[in-house]
Design a protein around this ligand. Sequence first.
Ligand code: ADP
Ligand code: MG
Length: 277
Amino acid sequence: VLDAPAVLQVRHLSKSFAGLKAVNDISFDLHQGEVISIIGPNGSGKSTAINLISGFLAPDSGLIDIESQSVAGLSVPDIAECGLSRTFQNGRVFAGLTVDENVGLGFHKRLNAQRPFKGLQRYPVIRWLSLLAETALALIPGPKTRAENRDVTERVGREIDRFRERLGSRRNDYAYTLSYANRRRTEIARAHISEPALLLLDEPTAGMNQSETAEVLRQLQHLKAQGHTMLLVEHKIELVTALSDHVIAMDGGRIIAFGEPDEVRHSPQVVEAYLGK
Ligand code: ADP
Ligand code: MG
């Protein structure tokens, strides 16, 4: 994996909030087909790092390259176009759309270069409205889009098939009727369907029970076996160990350890960081 080209390069990345260094000079590479997990106590800067890489926050300093394109400070849609997809710590889906429509949204992200509200994209609400508008436009049947819609429906069907154990029977149900775990499955399917060069997952199994966690682990192992490149924030150490090629441990905004899962989890710095909280 280390011989593969770098999909993500992060150099000296920093972000402060009112003087608090949430992310403090972090650097790492993520190679094609590699899975890296970021661990660390609450408040250590994991979500901030993910938000910087995906464009939800602008860095104070540092470089971020995705497939050799510099993306630091670009907007969320522009970074998405460079091949990044992500999920969120608390599982965001569009409550008023069905499972199919939510997953289809991820596919339209690829199909639709057209971006209404361009220029206003720096406001998060507008970004989401714009995504929603794109979907709405794409879902309106018309002579030009009917064939495309059929393709999308078929592709969405195949995507949801992987989650058939739980999600297959819910395709036409509105997302607000779904269980928490099914919302998170929908979110992972939506992120994956665009075949991103880089998939960021912020605590994909947060709030899930043991069997749900095991099922998501199987899904992610499947994605890894297909060669997907993933950056994961995760607390559950068994999942981290089972899935990751390398682990980054953060504390106080800094990287305090990097290496193979067992090496990192037993390193004195990491043990101390967790005990100290
Ligand atoms: P983690 O995901 O590792 O739990 P975060 O990246 O969410 O940690 O937070 C790192 C630090 O930055 C914390 O001290 C947190 O309170 C602070 N922080 C995060 N986001 C913001 C924000 N938008 N405004 C102010 N402080 C923030
Ligand atoms: Mg977090």
